[in-house]
Design a protein around this ligand. Sequence first.
Ligand code: NAD
Length: 503
Amino acid sequence: MARHQPLPGQEARQDLPCAHRGGPAAAPGRPPASRPVPEARGACFAVVDPATGEAFDEAPDQQPDALDAAVDRARAAWPGWRSDPAARTAALLAAAGAVEAAAADLAPLLTREQGKPLAESYAEVARTAARMRYFAELDPGRVPIEDGRPVRSEVRWRPLGPVAAIVPWNFPLQLASAKFAPALAAGNTVVLKPSPFTPLATRLLASVLADALPEGVLTVVTGREPLGARLAAHLGIRHVTFTGSIPTGRAVAAGAAATLARVTLELGGNDAAVLLDDVDVEQVADRLFWAAFRNCGQVCMAVKRVYVPARLHDRVVEALAQRARSVVVGPGLDPRSQLGPLNNAAQLARVESCTARALADGATAAAGGHRLDRPGYFFAPTVLADAGPGSAVVTEEQFGPVLPVVRYGSVDEAVAAANATGFGLGGSVWGTDLDRAEEVASRLECGTAWINHHAELSLAQPFAGTKESGVGIAGGPWGLYGNLQPFVLHRPPAAEPGGQAWR
Ligand code: NAD
């Protein structure tokens, strides 16, 4: 940590009642130094290691004056940052390199506060840098309007101003970069608020980036609510880009309505996987399992329910359950762990309650079904057979290592069930006849559909949920344009000065 510049808020931390360190986590394999969760003390809040359930650090609980100062810095930095696209590209490329160089500091800290296996944290750091590189080199260009008139009209693109980025705890760095990389590449400045469950790696990231980015271009604020609500409604913000749950997305949109700032919302999902009757169960079982259980199921685009033809139900359940029983669950810093804990106590309670209700509704646990008897927020990887189509574990987003398997009679019935929720993030169809699978996939109401895969995304593709899963588009050039506004310039042809421009 010492080799990175201090963040705004860190310089002042001697004045805070907490002694925030924000340093790297314990080395892999070594037990983390932890202590009981303290009472919230004035201007800091505790950060808990989900593998132990105990606090191991704290972060500043920033108040309105600190938020105002962050937005002021973003406003002050904007004119300089927007004015020189080539300098922006160079700065963002240098910043991406700095992130890669700091992977050995970022990844263990991410695992410590988020819970995921260390290898996945390294992968997250790599994806964070890759996204920064991708957007750094995107050019929005200029678009001539061809409508047959002699007047020359051209669309150019302008940045919006200071952007508020609010992100959840499941992929703190990757999702932060999904916000700040296109926003910064477009010439905006950013105030970024991580989840209070995972503030530390993001603070460290900002300190790493401080060497490459001019002062005020990216500022991280941390704190408990109402910090996010204040940021979403802040008068100095021109675009609020949010990733999180649907209820919070509604609150963010309502907050931003006060200033009419643009809103981009990437919200919850409840992706269905529809298995067709020609699916090769053994061939797809590993991929299907990991599409549901990676990051302990805490993935917006995880497979969250599986629809299978009645005659394949037992085989699919057993193939998934075998994998659920054999997967190694443990602290993310232990290199043997394939699955870590859930991120926080509330999420564990939610998963436990969803599972208990499903079991009460008539499902059976072919694997798991209970929390693990050990410290921390561990839940046994769970496969639920004969899940009722109306059970909460099927109709809601459980966001945990629990996968319900639902029988269907006809493909039409399966598609109707897959489309029957308010969610519309992703979906997949699994089968041997790819044309048939494609026809079924094209009927899914979602932003992205896969055949024999799930949740594999390209940086170059649009990422947009339908229905309640999102508003606006992230990813690819669309993500860049989401951070720009069109500016249209008309001028008459040179041969006719003042001529036909405005007819
Ligand atoms: P959440 O909605 O509780 O919190 C998200 C962020 O919003 C956090 O930073 C939180 O502190 C902040 N926040 C809370 N209340 C707020 C308010 N009133 N105003 C402004 N900000 C507020 O979500 P979570 O539990 O952190 O994350 C899990 C959810 O995120 C799941 O629903 C998951 O599907 C969703 N998610 C969606 C995507 C996507 O791209 N569509 C990606 C990852 C996660």
